[in-house]
Each structure stands twice: as structure tokens, then as C-alpha cells.
Design a binder for this molecule. Structure first.
Ligand code: NAD
Ligand code: DAU
Length: 361
């Protein structure tokens, strides 16, 4: 039975990935989920897995060398899938240091612990051990708004935000381990994910949460920035396919040719909410395009991201399966049916965060 060490599994993509893996492999694999449970980590996302014999949660910080080494010492790990990171661009603009600490140092600790556990005395590595580093298309910088340029695996890195700079740093560390030690790894760089369990600091769940409560829908700048949206299950499938069928030491871009301007997303979310909410649901009267409010732009706001998924399609046969029209409906339906989840994650510190980020803009 293969044992996976998943970092950041209590976050948005990590928890969807763990669900995907158990749906796919059920009792054929074991997963150890290591997460520090920051504001973004939520064990409610994984409550249904609590009684599984082949699932273990360990609360630990990836920057804590001793804890991570202990996990490797006590478990024979076959696969590492490394999601844990500080992930929100706006937070990185306010407070860059924690991004460097978690994303760069944390990745170094993970790499070093895996290397020490997997390395043979002659410098080769035990068979069939693999490390997958989950990264972002933001490392490539910003594309012109021309609809025809794309991010390829060979595109030079040009990160603009402290978040993307810290992710670029972590990617380069992984590359350095592959180049220096022949460490068995892959990197994936993926576009904007959407789906269930996403924390409402990110655009889509923030819009859903605000619209349901009749609060303003903040649109940065002119609302014309472009993101390339990918349903989170398709991402989870891509990660698994890269790890099992990709060529070691290679980077794969994962994206779905699904570019949308932010204002289009805002309109789609409002229209879908109005379509899905029954007339007698009191939240329906709150939802309206009148809530849209253009506010001061994000500093250094990248104009356009767009992934060329040619390599992963050609080499591995991965393609996105979820059409945006279906994915967004599934996502919004999930949030409507999980109002309690949304209430839990927006209680406590969330209001302070929101007030600080959006006040006076
Ligand atoms: P998230 O913020 O929802 O989750 C991050 C998780 O990491 C949380 O559970 C948090 O508790 C945990 N974590 C943070 N610091 C930690 C630490 N020091 N030690 C252990 N755990 C820690 O993030 P996400 O959106 O699920 O993103 C996951 C990964 O995917 C990140 O590496 C991110 O850069 C990358 N990524 C995200 C997207 C996206 O659209 N969300 C797209 C491309 C790549
Ligand atoms: O491209 C992949 C990246 O996508 C990931 O690496 C990041 O972890 C993830 O957070 C995401 O980054 P973005 O900055 O693109 O996502 P966010 O949801 O924060 O914003 C999406 C777009 O919407 C962006 O152009 C900014 C804009 N926006 C965002 C918020 C939160 C608004 O206009 N208003 C908002 O309130």
C-alpha cells in the first residue's frame, strides 16, 4: 500500500485532492495529512474521513524541521504532495514575511526531510519515491491582454507579488534539488482553481458570501483582468496523473483554456445565484448587480494569466473535464447547501481581515 504525505491537506485544494484520492483509490492508499491549521486550514473540510483507518491527520508546521523529520522517521513515505503554503496575494502585499517563511523555508524543510529519508548511502534514492511540488502560474508574471500568448513550462519566471515571488523561490529550490541531487520530484504550475471548500478571501467564494448577505461586491480596478479558471477536481486529477505518469524531474502546467475577465465572473456568480435560489429563500432578495462596486486596484495587479496545457495533454493525456458552466453551478450549489461551513469560516478573525483589506478602497 502506497503511503502519501500530503502537506496543507486541510486547505482548499489539499482537502479536495484528499477526497479525490480516496474516491479513486479507496483502501489502496494511506494518506497522512500534515497541516498547521492556519486561518486557511479547516478540519471541517475532512470531517467525513475521520473514521478511515487509512487516513491520519497530524497538526504540524512545515517549517518545524524536527516535527517533519519525525513524521518521515515514523512512516515509510512513498509520495509527498506538497500543497502547504500561504496562498493569498492580497495578504502577501500586506505581510510578505510569513510568505517567505512558509513558502520558501517550509519547502526547504520538506525537501530536506524527504531527501534524508529516501537517500541511499551511495547518493541514489530508494525506488519509486516521488515528491510533487504544487505551484502556481503566477510565477510566470503577467501576459498581455492579446488572447494569444500563453504560459509554457519554458516561460521565464517573472513573479510580481510577494506571494508569487515566494512560490517562485520554492519552485527554484525544488529544481535545485533535482539538478544537484537528482532528487525524484515534479513541479506543477496551475491556474486559478475554484470549487467547494475555498476560503472566502478568494474572488468566487467572497462574491458568493457577500451577495447572499447583500454586501458590496468589490471589483479591483476596471474589472478587466483575466484569470484562467480550473475546477479543483480536475486539478486534483492532474496532480495524480503527473505523479504517476509524468516524467520525473519535469514541470507540467495545468490549466483549462478557460479565460474570463473578473467582471464576467462577477456577473456569472450573480446570475447563477439568482437561478439556483428558490423564490422563497430570504437570501434571494439580497442578490443583485447593484451590489457591484469598483474599488481601488490591487497593487501590482497582474493583467492576464493563461496556461498552455499542451505538454500535460500530449505526454500524459490530461484534459480538464468540467465545463465552467457546470463547475460554477456545482460550486455555488455547494456553498448554498453549506451555509453552516461558510458561517463558521467567516466568524472570528474573518471580519477583521475583511475590514482591514477593504476599508477606504
Ligand atoms: P489554502 O490557503 O486554501 O490552504 C493552505 C493550507 O496550508 C492550509 O490548510 C494551511 O493551514 C496550510 N498551511 C499554511 N502554512 C502552513 C505551515 N507553515 N505548515 C503546515 N501547513 C500550513 O491554499 P490553496 O488554495 O489550497 O493552495 C494550495 C497550494 O496550491 C498552494 O501551494 C498554492 O500556492 C497552490 N496553488 C493554488 C491555486 C489556487 O487557485 N488556489 C492555484 C495554483 C496553485
Ligand atoms: O493563478 C493561480 C493563483 O490564483 C494562485 O496561485 C493563488 O493561490 C490564488 O489565490 C489565485 O490568485 P489570484 O490573485 O488570481 O486570486 P484571487 O481570487 O485573489 O483574485 C482573482 C482576481 O479577482 C484577481 O484579478 C483579483 C480580483 N479580485 C479579487 C478579490 C479577492 C477582485 O476584483 N476583488 C476581490 O475582492
Amino acid at each position: 500500500m502506497r503511503t502519501y504525505l500530503v502537506t496543507g491537506g486541510a486547505g482548499f485544494i489539499g482537502s479536495n485532492y484528499i477526497h479525490y484520492m480516496f474516491r479513486k483509490y479507496d483502501n489502496e492508499i494511506r494518506i497522512i495529512n500534515v497541516d498547521a491549521l492556519t486561518y486557511a486550514g479547516n478540519l471541517e473540510n475532512l470531517e467525513d474521513l475521520r473514521n478511515r483507518d487509512n487516513y491520519t491527520f497530524i497538526k504540524a508546521d512545515i517549517t518545524d524541521k524536527a516535527s517533519i523529520e519525525k513524521i518521515f522517521a515514523e512512516n515509510d513515505i512513498d509520495r509527498v504532495v506538497h500543497f502547504a503554503a500561504e496562498s493569498h496575494v492580497d495578504r502577501s502585499i500586506r505581510d510578505p514575511e510569513v510568505f517567505v517563511h512558509t513558502n520558501v523555508l517550509g519547502t526547504a524543510v520538506m525537501l530536506n526531510a524527504a531527501k534524508a529519508a529516501w537517500e541511499n548511502p551511495d547518493g541514489t534514492f530508494k525506488e519509486d519515491r516521488k515528491f510533487l511540488h504544487v505551484s502556481t502560474d503566477e510565477v510566470y508574471g503577467s501576459l498581455p491582454d492579446d488572447g494569444k500568448s500563453y504560459f509554457y513550462e519554458t516561460t521565464p519566471y517573472s513573479p510580481h507579488s510577494p506571494y508569487s515571488a515566494s512560490k517562485a523561490g520554492s519552485d527554484l529550490l525544488v529544481r535545485s534539488y533535482m539538478d544537484t541531487y537528482h532528487f525524484p520530484a515534479n513541479i506543477t504550475n496551475t491556474s486559478n482553481n475554484y470549487g467547494p471548500y475555498q476560503f472566502p478571501e478568494k474572488l468566487i467564494p467572497l462574491l458568493i458570501n457577500n451577495a447572499l448577505a447583500g454586501r458590496e461586491l468589490p471589483v479591483y480596478g476596471d474589472g478587466m483582468n483575466i484569470r484562467d479558471w480550473l475546477y479543483v477536481d480536475d486539478h486534483a486529477k492532474g496532480i495524480d496523473m503527473v505523479q504517476e505518469h509524468g516524467r520525473l524531474f519535469e514541470t507540467y502546467n495545468i490549466g483549462g483554456h478557460n479565460e474570463k475577465r473578473n467582471i464576467e465572473i462577477v456577473n456569472i456568480v450573480i446570475e447563477t445565484l439568482l437561478e439556483l435560489l428558490p423564490d422563497d429563500d430570504p437570501r434571494k432578495k439580497n442578490v443583485s448587480k447593484d451590489l457591484i462596486k469598483y474599488i481601488e486596484d490591487r497593487k501590482g495587479h497582474d493583467r492576464r494569466y493563461a496556461i498552455a496545457p499542451d505538454k500535460i495533454k500530449k505526454e500524459i493525456g490530461w484534459e480538464p473535464e468540467t465545463m465552467f458552466a457546470d463547475g460554477i453551478k456545482k460550486t455555488i450549489k455547494w456553498y448554498l447547501e453549506h451555509q453552516e461551513w461558510l458561517s463558521h469560516v467567516t466568524s472570528g478573525d474573518y471580519q477583521n481581515y475583511y475590514d482591514t483589506m477593504y476599508k477606504d478602497r
